[in-house]
Design a protein around this ligand. Structure first.
Ligand code: SF4
Ligand code: SF4
Ligand code: FES
Length: 322
């Protein structure tokens, strides 16, 4: 099978253009993965091509990269599954992390965020005489987050990290959930306080990218949503994120549709002078948005009306116990 590998390269020592694209025409076997093809290039065509890999079996997490623009593992992506009609496969380094050389990125920002969430069991009471015992079901519930191989594919495609590198990100938050849900860990209050701040769980825009690209089914966004619920259930509601979530639900429950004006009022606590004062900068930041909406005739009506079938919506909330 013929394939044209179109590789995004980066040479930090080049005196001219450090970034460039290079195409390699290869003859590969049907069972080849993208990583196999890259290794063929490195071994027989250009030994200067830099990449990371180790296990070649989706276990070590070293070979995350962008394949045709979407992140994944080179070693579990078969060429036949991604080759385009014109016979090319485009390969680029993982996103949202600084490139060191070719397909090798600096993972330090990734690891520093994982370290931030204190990825280890923390207890407060005296140590048990023999060992910590956890119910089997609790451990079964942890199977998904424990399966994370720290490859960074989710971080690479996270749309929030593209615009705000301070966001803790999907991998570290999924790791945090692994300890929050572990009955042996006793630091949930501290973990919630940390994740409730700017850079934490409320910064996720629920774009699903991390769920789609994760090669291990960890579904980081689902873990983030669970932590949000856990934070609200723990009674920590004095944040824009919590007010937004609760306000959104209460408006839809009442009217059957969303009223954006009321949502802004509830999210930024406009009716509470202390909260509103804290949010004054954010509120002023919305004025240009409101002005643009006004010019395009898209400003929501002042009085929002209930839709005809609102009782059905209320029933859904009732069934969900919300
Ligand atoms: S769902 Fe949230 S954490 Fe996941 S990629 Fe999108 S913004 Fe990032
Ligand atoms: S959550 Fe999935 S994509 Fe993200 S680091 Fe872990 S295994 Fe990789
Ligand atoms: S080489 Fe180990 S996960 Fe791909």
């Amino acid at each position: 099978m013929k394939v044209k590998l179109d590789v995004g390269r980066f040479n930090p020592e080049s005196e001219g253009d450090k970034s460039f694209r290079q195409e390699f025409d290869l003859e590969v076997e049907e069972y080849y993965t993208v990583l196999d093809a890259l290794m063929q290039v490195r071994d027989y065509e250009d030994p200067s091509l830099a990449m990371r890999c180790s296990c070649r079996a989706s276990i070590c997490g070293s070979c995350a990269m962008k394949i045709n623009g979407t992140s994944g593992l080179g070693c579990n992506t078969k060429i036949v599954d991604v080759i385009k009609k014109d016979g090319t496969v485009k390969v680029d380094p993982a996103g949202n992390l600084p490139v060191v050389k070719d397909l090798v990125v600096d993972m330090e920002p990734f690891w520093s965020k994982v370290r931030e969430i204190k990825p280890f069991l923390q207890t407060k009471g005296p140590e048990p005489q023999d060992e910590y015992i956890a119910p089997q079901q609790a451990m079964l519930d942890l199977v998904k987050p424990v399966g994370c191989i720290m490859c960074g594919a989710c971080v690479s495609d996270c749309t929030v990290l593209e615009v705000d590198s301070n966001f803790i990100g999907p991998a570290a938050l999924a790791k945090a959930s692994r300890f929050i849900d572990d009955p042996r860990d006793e630091m949930n209050a501290e973990r919630f306080a940390q994740l409730n701040q700017y850079t934490g769980v409320w910064d996720c825009t629920r774009c699903m990218a991390c769920v789609e690209v994760c090669p291990k089914g960890v579904a980081p966004m689902d873990r983030i949503m669970t932590i949000r619920d856990q934070i609200i259930n723990a009674g920590i509601k004095n944040t824009n994120g919590a007010r937004h979530a609760e306000g959104f639900a209460s408006i839809v429950k009442r009217y059957g549709t969303l009223d954006e004006t009321q949502l802004v009022i509830k999210t930024f606590g406009v009716l509470n002078p202390i909260v509103a004062l804290k949010n004054i900068k954010a509120l002023f930041g919305l004025l240009p948005v409101a002005y643009r909406a006004l010019r395009k005739n898209k400003l929501p009506p002042v009085f929002h009306h209930k839709i005809a079938g609102v009782s059905y919506i209320k029933n859904i909330f009732k069934k969900l116990g919300a």
